[in-house]
Design a protein around this ligand. Structure first.
Ligand code: 3AT
Ligand code: MN
Ligand code: MN
Length: 549
């Protein structure tokens, strides 16, 4: 008997083939995913898909021209080098994984020969891009040189592109160079370059490690939709991100190599919900490699032993994709996995529809009685991007401090921040906005998300208002609090102060951003939550009247 390939670090749990009922459940699931618009509408998907490949081909051409330009600049006499100068465009993210949806961007990576540096990339690529692409097709070009992964972002004929860069230590890129599997390609690279190559390497490994790609992709679409609806999708806020959810689904596919999509989704909730954390989820044994770089290992690195739900990337150097998970987010995730199991069990026996699985979260409607809001505010749009991004990346730290408070059982950070704009007439109004007031908020008209809005005509009311109104930008994060039974006091000033110190210690805050930005942290009762966190038809919690006692 020919032995079949075993995927993963243990033998499968079951190799049974799908039953008719399971196949029907898969069809119903795909039907529901369509209804929920996780696929592009079939009418124009082919057209758009071929258009995306045209955009990628154009980027490949621009990439080659860019490498040639650097070759000419650095080795003007080396004709052979210039003649063979080319780079290679790879993709990663949801496009590479095959779970591209209507709101997705295309995540792309440029790989260049060793004489091309990141500095060259940032110096030449943006201009070449604009001059080589069809006139007017490149918009919203943003260059972020000092990020964890340095990146150029833009829209190419309304397709969002994330473009990152790495060189490899080779004099030339051969015309048939088409994958990044070989770990020795990582030799001689700096950390940013390693991270840039990592996205594609991890995606490719995941795809290579699942027994049936099409089943994996459909199941992943379902789990991504579920995680987004239930607000447990967001790396930065302490939940798994796209890559981590993909690896979790991939592991379940390995354990049920022949199963139908519906079964994978159902078993996902079973297997991941009952996982014996902190045992890591691995798609293959953790490998060693040629570099003196850190590979995830809780026996060697104390820090790694604190990871609560480790999900480990398969490509060398293996890392934990879920190091952000906190005690609270873990219990929220587990609560959602239990819910998912309960509902999917009933779906599998025909007692409930798939739509029940994807019902929106109730974080604001019936989640908590007490919330904390974290408001980052700025008077300048550009400064606000920087400041709100930094504060967002620290909200998890506040969560961890709150978790330690004796009166708090759980501190649940909502997975997204709320961006708002306000128009203030004086310093007093600005202060109120900074402290969380929404009294001066500019109501965005639907359809004009970022368009400038005409200032309201000034109403002369006799009060002395000399300067013109200023616009204030805020981003607010909400943390729901579950109190310990019988908890009385809720003095969080120590935790809040520590958090503020943490944010305002930032060099960039001290040297550039202050005093045009600020940070406010407030208590909010559920009945005082702002209207805009509720969808039409959702019921806002009401204050219980004292008389009803
Ligand atoms: P979409 O379909 O685009 O919504 P996606 O999975 O492609 O889902 P992203 O485009 O946000 O998600 O991210 C693609 C990959 O880029 C995932 C991760 O490996 C990397 N990445 C994204 N954001 C960050 C970040 N802030 N730091 C490091 N890596 C990131
Ligand atoms: Mn993407
Ligand atoms: Mn992206």
């Amino acid at each position: 008997m020919a032995s079949e390939q075993v995927y993963g670090v243990t033998p499968p749990i079951s190799v049974t083939l799908p039953t008719e009922a399971e196949k029907r459940a898969s069809d119903a699931l795909i039907e529901e995913l369509r209804r929920q618009k996780t696929f592009e509408s079939p009418s124009d998907t082919d057209k758009r898909h071929s258009f995306r490949y045209k955009v990628l081909a154009s980027l490949q051409e621009i990439c080659n021209e860019f490498v040639r330009k650097v070759a000419r600049e650095k080795e003007p006499k080396n004709e052979i080098l210039i003649k063979n100068a080319r780079g290679k465009v790879f993709t990663y993210g949801s496009f590479r994984l095959g779970v591209f949806g209507p709101g997705s961007d295309i995540d792309t990576l440029i790989v260049a020969p060793k004489y091309v540096t990141r500095e060259d990339y940032f110096k030449h690529f943006p201009d070449l891009l604009v001059s080589m692409a069809p006139p007017g097709s490149i918009t919203d070009l943003t260059v972020v040189t000092d990020a964890f992964v340095p990146i150029i972002k833009f829209e190419y004929s309304d397709i969002s592109i994330d473009l990152i860069f790495s060189r490899i230590i080779q004099k030339q890129i051969s015309p048939d160079f088409d994958n990044l599997k070989d770990s020795s390609l990582l030799r001689g690279l700096d950390e940013a370059e390693l991270r840039s190559l990592n996205g594609t390497r991890v995606t490719d490994e995941i795809l290579a490690l699942v027994p049936e790609e099409s089943t994996f992709k459909l199941a992943l679409r379902a789990i991504k939709l579920w995680a987004q609806r239930r607000a447990v999708y967001a790396n930065i806020m302490g939940f798994p991100g796209g890559v981590a959810w993909a690896m979790l689904v991939a592991r379940v596919c390995q354990l049920y190599p022949k199963a139908a999509t519906s079964v994978i989704v159902n078993k996902f909730f079973l297997v991941i919900g009952q996982w014996r954390w902190p045992q890591p989820v691995l798609l293959k044994p953790i490998g060693s490699g040629p570099l003196p770089v850190r590979v995830w290992n809780p026996k060697v690195y104390k820090g790694d032993s604190f990871h609560l739900m480790p999900v480990i990337t398969p490509a060398y150097p293996s890392m934990c994709a879920t190091f952000n998970i906190t005690r609270s987010s873990m219990s929220v995730i587990q609560r959602e996995l239990r819910r998912g199991l309960e509902i999917s069990e009933q779906i599998m026996v025909g007692k409930r529809p798939w739509s029940d699985l994807f019902v929106k979260h109730t974080f604001f409607t019936s989640g908590y009685r007490y919330y904390i809001s974290v408001v980052s505010a700025s008077k300048d749009k550009e400064a606000h991007k920087v400041w709100s991004g930094y504060v967002e990346s620290k909200v998890r730290m506040l969560v961890q401090k709150l978790e330690q408070h004796p009166s708090i059982a759980l501190a649940h950070a909502f997975n997204k921040g709320y961006d708002r704009r306000h128009r203030c007439k004086n310093d007093h109004e600005i202060e109120q906005v900074q402290e969380g007031s929404l009294e001066f908020m500019i109501k965005e008209e639907s359809g004009s998300q970022s368009g400038e809005i005409e200032p309201k005509p000034e109403v002369k009311d006799g009060s002395a208002e000399t300067s013109s109104p200023v616009e204030v930008f805020t981003t607010t994060h909400y943390i729901g609090l579950e109190l310990e039974e019988g908890a009385k006091s809720l003095d969080l000033s120590y935790q809040v102060d520590e958090f503020k110190v943490l944010c305002t210690q930032w060099k960039k805050y001290q040297e550039e951003l202050q005093p045009s930005v600020s940070l406010g942290v407030q208590h909010v009762r559920n009945f005082n939550l702002p209207d805009d966190v509720f969808d039409p038809g959702e019921e806002k919690p009401q204050k219980k009247s004292a008389k009803s006692m």
